[in-house]
Design a protein around this ligand. Structure first.
Ligand code: ZN
Length: 182
């Protein structure tokens, strides 16, 4: 089922709601989130700025799942198919700015992927991140097609292929921003 045709004010409303959802979720989970441990830090340090590793907190949920945004009901009224909307409770992990919430124990690759999102948030700021996430979903038609996700998957694959070969995730994200790829 194709996505509904939306006008600019509907798109602006969705972006605002997504940003508010991210901000609320961050506040909910931040209090019980913990810093990266020594091993995680050592593995990620060659790829990420120290400031990003310092500010990041992680939470592993064992007996609960993240809930979907409360405005999904409104999106369905706008004409979205419920099955086409990203299902947060089934995702492995979700990053809310500097706070990573995971449903599964962290592998290095999973942590790497989510830290790319932390860098994206840092570089873009929350309103711009939310706008690019929503517009990416609307133009690509799926979660996988969102350029912010493609960037994170591309970089985590590069890490998994050569974990001992350092590169700057920050420089990669900046290059994507300069090239207008988000
Ligand atoms: Zn992702």
């Amino acid at each position: 089922m194709p996505l509904p045709k939306l006008d600019d004010s509907q798109i602006a409303w969705i972006i605002k709601e997504v940003a508010a959802y991210i901000d609320r979720q961050r506040q909910t989970y931040r209090q019980r989130a913990v810093p990266l441990d020594q091993n995680e830090r050592a593995a990620m340090q060659p790829f990420f700025p120290a400031s990003c590793l310092d500010s990041t907190r992680v939470v592993l949920l064992s007996d609960q799942r993240v809930t979907n945004p409360p405005f999904y009901g409104e999106l369905i009224k706008m004409g979205f198919d419920a099955l086409s909307l990203p299902d947060f409770k089934r995702m492995t992990a979700i990053t809310y700015m500097d706070t990573i919430v995971s449903h599964e124990p962290f592998t290095e690759r999973l942590l790497f992927h989510e830290l790319v999102h932390v860098v994206q948030y840092e570089k873009l700021g929350l309103p711009e991140f939310a706008a690019k996430y929503v517009r990416g979903f609307l133009s690509g038609g799926s979660y996988e097609a969102i350029p912010l996700e493609r960037n994170a998957y591309e970089l985590d694959a590069r890490f998994a292929a050569a974990p001992a070969k350092p590169y700057s995730v920050e420089a990669e994200v900046e290059a994507w921003i300069r090239a207008g790829r988000f």
